[in-house]
Every structure is written in C-alpha cells, then in structure tokens.
Ligand binder design. Structure first.
Ligand code: AHR
Length: 585
C-alpha cells in the first residue's frame, strides 16, 4: 500500500533530485543564494510570472554584478543531499526567462559540500525574454560516491532571471523518464508483490475536500501539474502522478488496486449523496477509463497522449479510505452511489468498501490493523470463523508498530504470526498489504514510525518486517494444506501451503518465544520429499533490527534440511520466522 508519507515519493521512490522545484508553497524552501559580497544579488518568489497556468509563479534572481570569473546564482540542497556516483549521467531541465538576452546562459553545477569541488557542469542555451524549457546533461567523472553535494545555478552577467521546474534525474529503474529509484524498486520487486494499493490512505482523502487527490491534476507534462498539499504536512510535487503509479505497477508486473476519492476528507468534510456527489462519481468513472479505456474513449485517448497506448489491467477499485471515521454516517449513501455507477459501466470490476455498509453488498471489505506484536499473536485466528458467503476481505493496511523509523525483529514476529492466519484464511482474505512501505530516515522527513523500507538519498535497507514480507511473498502457495501440530506452545504459529503447478510445499513456522521450540507437524494434505531447504530470519532479541549503517544485520539465511516426511519434526530457533520449502511427491 502506498501514499505520499515520510517522503515516500518526493525524497524517496520518485527519483527527482531537486527539492522544492515548483515553489508552490510560495516560500523558498531549500533554495539559497550563491554570491560574493560584490554580486549584489536578491532572490525571491515572484507571484506574477511562471511558465504555465499550473505553475504561475517563479524564483526571481536579480544580479547587479557578475562575470565569468565571478558568477552569481542559487543553490539547492536536494532531499537531504544529492546522491552522486562516479561516471554517471544525470538528465536535467529547467524553465527560465530573462529580462534581457544579454544575461546569457545558465551554468548548472553539482558541487561537493565539503570541498567545493565541481563534480559535473553543464551550460544551457542562452536565455530569452520568453519562458522556455532548457535541457542539459551532467556527467560525473572519477568522484567518490556521496550524498554530500548540492546543485548550483549561476549566471555570468548582471540582470534578472526567472526560474521554474528545475529538475535533475539520475538513472532510473528500467530507464523510465520521470522514473523511480533503482534500489527501492529492486527491493519492492524482491517482495514478489502482486498488487499495489494506491494512492492512499489519508493522501487520497486530504484534510479538506480541496486537498483531496485530484488525479486529473497529476497527469500530463510536469509543467501542467499544480502540485498539492499532502495531509502529511508537506507539498506533494505530483511528479508521481496517476500514470507514474500505473507505470510503477507495470514495471513490477503487478496490478493497481485503485482507490477513488469518495467524497470524504479527514476534517469531517463530506459531500452529501445525491446530485452533489455526481461530479465525484463521474471523476472516478473518468479515472477508471484513463486506466483501462481504449484510444477511442475520452480518457483512454488522454492516456495515449500521455505516452501510454496500452490500457492497464484493473480488477479492484476501492471506494474511499477509512470511511468509518466519517461521523456523519454518509458513507452508506456515498458508497451505494459509486457502486451502482461503476458496476453499470464496469460490471466485472470488484468493488471494495472501506467499512461495512447496509445499502448494498460490496464485493470486498477493507480491514485495517495497526497493532503491537502481542495483539497480533493473540488474534491469528481472527478470520477463522468469518462468514464464507462474503463479502471477501482485503486487509488493506496493517503492520506491527514496534521500532522506529523501521520495525524491529519483534515486529517481524508479530507480522509473520499474523500472516500465518491470513494465509490459512486466504479463501476469504483475498489480499493483504502492509503499510506504510517507505520512510526517508532523515528525522525531518518522517511522519509515521514503523515503515517497511528505510533510506536516505543514496542508500536503503529492508527492516526485519520487510524480510518477513519477502519470505511470505516468495514462498506463497496456491492452496492451504491440512496440517496439525503436537505441543505447539502459545508463541508458535504455522501455516502450510502448496503450489501444485510448481510441485512445491511450504511450511511457515514462527517461533516468537525466547527459547528454541521443538515442533511436530503432521501433514494430512500433502506428501513431500525427504529433503528440502529451510529459510530462517532470526534475531537475538526482539529489539534487534536493521539500519542504514547495518542493513544486513537480520536477513533470511537458507540451509538444507533432511529427514522430512508426513510428520515434520524440527526445533525452531528463538525469535525466528521460518519457511520450509520442499518438493511434493
Ligand atoms: O498508513 C498510514 C495511515 O494510516 C493511512 O494513511 C491511513 O489510511 C491510516 O489511518
């Protein structure tokens, strides 16, 4: 599950390196002047000119004196640094205009914070008096990799320059323009996900109705995206717009679970069901058409224009987010209105309600759980007695919240124990998605502690909970195998599954106790080979964890295991999550 929180995209997955590139908070954040005392320079937000209707203001730089030996300009600190690697190409662009063409070009440099050494330099074409986009390429040489760098834009003549949408991208995952960070995408791919719930979360709703996620304002050229305030207390650049979310899914070969805004924002603001809600319903229908429509449809054609001719697969649409917080009780009516309109046009879509409703029967209900490990331990049978006649269940947000900024081994045990229960009940629990996925570990960047993957501008790591997800994702059976255990202690949890097509059986065992635990499991539903492999994730204590500086402290370790049969005996390590993988006979 994903949303813009903890700098998940800006300063996270979205690979843009320039922070505050559009100045839409109307304050200069992360931009300062670069000058000698003799330059006489001023920088300010100019609210009267910008390159587009969406970006109507700009950074105004006035220089009273400069020459090639003494340039003047502005500096940007990026998202807690600029991550530079040796011998690497960075693609840049900026919008600019000048009061007079005599000001010449803009020089763009990547500069080391400590030494002042220039790691890469480019010069744009000379500026004109009209807004124009300039592209440039920066290539580093034999530098040491580091995040201690900044970006500098200077001019070598006196005059006034206006700047907007300064942008710089490193190489991205699958070389997508406006794309994603490679290390973070690789970590997501290793989780073997099958879907991504987007775009939130609170981010979908916004604090107030005008601050909701308005997908139409997040598509098309970046210069036409006005940006918007995220409920997590910072402005979202919307560089990660709807199409980028969909391409993210495409790159991981997974499906989006599309959450549509349903007329409720978190400050208890709602749209009354009936005619007032119709435009919001239409907006959701347009969104579904943008995702799935052919080139002959209005919004399908818009997607083609945006560079993606093929429609995206879509099976699930979620109507709102956490509408149990809406104290007005309007969700029943709002849900029904969306449900009927969407089903009328897209009868095959599975529709998800965010809480139970009486007006109409949703296909799926989204349940959320943020808990301590002991709460999950005592609730692994949560769905054992759920009515199998439906609706189906989607656990759309959940996590054991222990550890900060990322969860520790104790949290991984809580998660894994809970997942054995989800797995055993996967006839009714059709999907589950951990939340939140990401945190930029810079303390100023985090709004929510306990996030699956941590990073700074250059490095990233998976928490123990991340590796629990990797194990459950990678070794995922297609059906539950009947099994029973002898003498399982209260902190032992297991589930058995198999993938008939692959001919593999998986036994997952969680020992959340501080002692080695012998376990005898009888398989009634599968016949297995005598030897396989055991993958184990374990910590010495529950507070054991991974960090940016010790990213591989707790990682899964694989070893062979023999002596298997219709009864499996094994002693499982203290504080461990285990997967036994073995061929079926
Ligand atoms: O995952 C963090 C937040 O928790 C989500 O935005 C919201 O849906 C939930 O309350």
């Amino acid at each position: 599950m994903t949303e813009e929180i903890n700098h998940s995209y800006d300063g996270g997955l979205y690979a843009e390196l320039v922070s505050d590139r559009a100045f839409t908070t109307r304050r200069l954040e992360n931009w300062t002047s670069v000058e000698n005392s003799a330059n006489g320079i001023s920088i300010a937000i100019d609210k009267t000119t910008g390159p587009s209707e969406a970006l109507p203001l700009s950074l105004k730089l006035t220089v009273s004196q400069a020459d090639t030996g003494d340039p003047a300009g502005v500096k940007n600190d990026g998202y807690w640094g600029y991550p530079l690697h040796p011998d690497t190409t960075y693609q840049g662009s900026l919008y600019a205009k000048a009061d007079d063409a005599s000001i010449g070009p803009v020089t763009v440099e990547l500069v080391n914070d400590r030494t002042g050494a220039v790691a890469a330099r480019a010069v744009t074409a000379p500026l004109t008096q009209d807004w124009k986009q300039y592209r440039f390429t920066l290539h580093t040489g034999a530098i040491a990799a580091s995040i201690d760098n900044h970006l500098v834009l200077t001019v070598a003549h006196a005059g006034t320059v206006w700047l907007q949408l300064v942008s710089l991208f490193p190489p991205t995952y699958r070389d997508r323009a406006n794309g994603n960070r490679v290390d973070l995408m690789e970590k997501l791919a290793a989780m073997h996900p099958t879907f991504l719930r987007l775009p939130g979360g609170n981010y979908l709703e916004g604090d107030h109705i005008p601050e909701r996620y308005e997908w139409k304002k997040t598509i098309g050229p970046l210069v036409d995206r006005p940006t918007h305030p995220s409920p997590w207390r910072y402005q979202s650049s919307d560089g990660m717009g709807l199409l980028e979310f969909l391409e993210w899914c495409e790159d991981l070969r997974i499906q989006p679970v599309l959450a549509v805004y349903a007329g409720y924002s978190m400050a208890q603001e709602h749209v009354t069901p009936g005619p007032d809600l119709d435009p919001y319903v239409q907006n959701a229908l347009d969104e579904i058409q943008y995702v799935t429509g052919g080139p002959d449809t209005k919004w399908g054609a818009e997607r083609v224009k945006d560079g993606h001719p093929a429609p995206f697969p879509l099976k699930y649409v979620e109507i709102g987010n956490e509408d149990f917080f809406d104290r007005s009780g309007s969700y029943d009516g709002r849900y029904e209105q969306f449900h009927k309109a969407i089903k009328a046009q897209y009868p095959d879509l599975q529709l998800i309600a965010t809480t139970s409703v009486k007006s109409i029967r949703p296909d799926v209900i989204d349940d959320h759980f943020y808990r301590r490990a002991h709460e999950f331990f005592s609730d692994t049978h949560h769905y054992d007695n759920t009515d199998r006649s439906g609706p189906k269940i989607f656990v759309g947000e959940w996590a054991t919240r222990e550890g900060s900024p990322t969860p520790n081994m104790g949290a991984a045990l809580g998660d894994a124990a809970w997942m054995t229960g989800l797995e055993r009940n996967s006839d009714i629990v059709v999907m589950a998605s951990y939340a939140p996925l990401f945190v930029n570990v810079n303390p100023d960047a985090m709004q929510w502690s306990s996030d699956l993957i941590g990073y700074d501008a250059m490095h990233s790591y998976g928490s123990p909970s991340y590796y629990a997800q990797v194990m459950f994702g990678e070794y995922r059976g297609e059906e539950v195998v009947a099994s029973s255990a002898q003498d399982a202690g209260p902190l032992l949890f297991w589930s058995a599954t198999r993938d008939a097509a692959k001919g593999l059986f998986y036994l997952k065992v969680v020992n959340a106790s501080p002692k080695p635990q012998p376990l005898e499991i009888r398989l009634d539903g599968a016949s297995i080979a005598a030897a396989g492999r055991l993958i184990t994730l374990k910590g010495k204590t529950t507070s054991d964890t991974n960090t940016l500086t010790d990213p591989d402290h707790i990682v899964p370790v694989t070893r062979p295991i023999t002596g298997l049969g219709s009864t499996i005996h094994h002693t499982f390590a203290p504080y461990s999550v285990n997967v036994l993988e073995v061929r079926t006979k």
